[in-house]
Each structure stands twice: as structure tokens, then as C-alpha cells.
Design a protein around this ligand. Structure first.
Ligand code: ATP
Ligand code: MG
Length: 267
């Protein structure tokens, strides 16, 4: 059976008003159940691409299809289409402050389910379930803006999971997280994928790529998709990583005795 296409981009270019290209001629496919990583240096266009996949920005050139339908400004202007799309795709922003606006963690997590028109009992059930899953019980009454960066990130993820979307778009989710929280998040991503979710995650952290990807899309600093492949193939391609500014000549790829591979800088 043919794999179901979730996103299809054909020759997409995006330019911010008055700016240079942020994405140039990008074509890609995301299939159901995949764990895709968008890999590239600062400014290569990862956040821009995720916003396009979430229907928050629309490319000047090329076409974007989601679940077989054109993801255009016109289509998303249709309430029915937008409602259905927003239930199916959840976006965790790079900057949690841009995502959190409710007066308590509980309300933040309840916001999506309330918008979906669920019965209060079902809203309650979902919020409590997500709070338990992410271990947020001790902060559920606190205002999100007073939380630490890592706590905010967890609440932002919780506010998306309570909608129970089929697809999760995660923009540098481990940025600013400590090692234990990073490990926790990697495990959550894997768990969600095993439960059938499609995941698209942006990062420039080479150490986590092999754990959260079965397909890696590499972007160059001139905003083009320059390589796609399984994590081992991409991570072993040192010339490619040098070319796109993900390693410098001080970096070496190591196989550790515990079986993990890591990049390390040598003096
Ligand atoms: N709101 C904006 N207005 C104008 N230009 C922008 C805007 N947001 C991003 N850009 C530009 O678009 C390009 C791509 O930015 P984008 O945020 O998508 O990169 P990124 O890969 O997510 O980078 P990072 O790793 O730093 O998060 C950059 O050149 C950036 O300066
Ligand atoms: Mg970004």
C-alpha cells in the first residue's frame, strides 16, 4: 500500500516583506508516521518552513499541500477548513513566550480543547491526562509567564498535546533545555511517534538527530534543501556538514563505547 502523504511542497520560495529569500525552491514530502528533522544553521529557514507547514505564512512561489488539499490563504480563510486543519496539526514555537498567553498553566492546556468545542468533562479529562503525562501537576495553577524556560517549553508542548493532533511541528524543542529535560523530550518524541504521530522537528543539534529522525532534510545557508537521507548517512557526510555550517574543522565524529555517536570539538 502506498504511504499516505501528509505534506507535499513543490518548488516553494518564501521571502519576508522587504527581505531576502528565507526559502529557495524547496520541494519535499512528509509521509504519515515519519520522524523528519529539518537540519541547518541559524537563519537557513527552518522556522520559516515550519510556519509554512502550519499555514501561518504563505509562499510567494510554489505550492503547499497538506492532507491532499492546497494549504492556501484562501482555503484557510474558510472556517471549516481551518478548524479541521488546526485539529490535525500542532505547532510548538521556538520561543515559548510567543505561544503562552493564558493566566494559568491549566487554562493554557485547556485552551485548545475548549476552542474545539469539547464538553467540559472531556476538556477536564484531556487536561488532567496531559498534566499527568508531562508531570506538570505542581505548577498547574501558576501563570505561564512566571515559569522557567524549560517549564514554559513543557507547558507549550502540553498545550499542543491536549488537542491530540496527528502531526506535531516542533521548532528547536530542546533549545535551552538541561540534559535531563532534553533526554525526557527525546523520549517523549519517540513515544509520540510510536503512538502513530507524524513529527517534523527543527534543530541544529547534531547529537540528537539520530534519535528523533528517520529522515533528515539538510538546508544550506542560502536557504536551499541540499540533502535528504537517513540520519547515519547525513551525519557521516562531513563535507556536507562543513558546507552548511553545522560543523567546523575542529569537530570530529566519534563512536562512543556505549554505542552512541557524537560530534566533538578538539582543541
Ligand atoms: N519576521 C522576519 N522578517 C524579516 N526577515 C525574517 C523574519 N524572520 C526570519 N527572517 C529571515 O529569514 C531567514 C530565515 O529565518 P528563519 O527564522 O526561518 O531561520 P532558522 O533556520 O529558523 O534560524 P535559527 O536556527 O536561528 O532559528 C533569515 O535570513 C532571517 O533573517
Ligand atoms: Mg528558527
Amino acid at each position: 500500500m502506498a504511504r499516505e502523504v501528509i505534506f507535499q511542497l513543490n518548488n516553494v520560495s518564501y521571502r519576508y516583506p522587504g527581505g531576502e529569500d528565507a526559502l529557495s525552491d524547496v520541494s519535499l514530502t512528509v509521509f504519515r508516521g515519519e520522524k523528519v528533522v529539518l537540519l541547518g544553521a541559524n537563519g537557513c529557514g527552518k522556522s520559516t518552513l515550519l510556519k509554512i507547514l502550519d499555514g501561518l505564512q504563505f509562499p510567494q512561489e510554489g505550492t503547499v499541500y497538506a492532507f491532499g488539499k492546497l494549504l492556501s490563504e484562501e482555503n484557510l480563510g474558510c472556517e471549516e477548513f481551518a478548524f479541521a486543519f488546526r485539529r490535525r496539526v500542532g505547532f510548538v514555537f521556538q520561543n515559548s513566550d510567543a505561544q503562552l498567553f493564558n493566566s494559568s498553566v491549566w487554562e493554557e492546556i485547556a485552551f485548545g480543547p475548549v476552542q474545539m468545542g469539547l464538553e467540559p468533562e472531556e476538556v477536564n479529562r484531556r487536561v488532567e491526562e496531559v498534566i499527568a503525562l508531562l508531570g506538570l501537576g505542581h505548577i498547574k495553577d501558576r501563570p505561564p509567564y512566571k515559569l522557567s524556560g524549560g517549564e514554559k517549553k513543557k507547558v507549550a508542548i502540553a498545550s499542543v498535546l491536549s488537542i491530540n493532533p496527528e502531526v506535531l511541528l516542533l521548532d528547536e524543542p530542546t533549545g535551552g533545555l538541561d540534559p535531563r529535560t532534553t533526554r525526557w523530550l527525546i523520549n517523549l518524541i519517540r513515544q509520540l511517534n510510536q503512538a502513530g504521530k507524524t513529527l517534523v522537528t527543527s534543530t541544529h543539534d547534531l547529537d540528537i538527530v539520530s534519535e528523533i529522525a528517520d529522515k533528515v532534510l539538510v538546508f544550506s545557508e542560502d536557504h536551499r534543501l541540499v540533502a535528504a537521507g537517513p540520519p547515519e548517512e547525513i551525519l557521516n557526510n562531513r563535507a556536507l556538514l562543513l558546507q552548511v555550517n553545522l560543523v567546523d574543522d575542529q569537530f570530529h565524529y566519534h563512536l562512543h563505547s556505549n554505542g552512541h555517536r557524537h560530534y566533538h570539538a578538539h582543541g
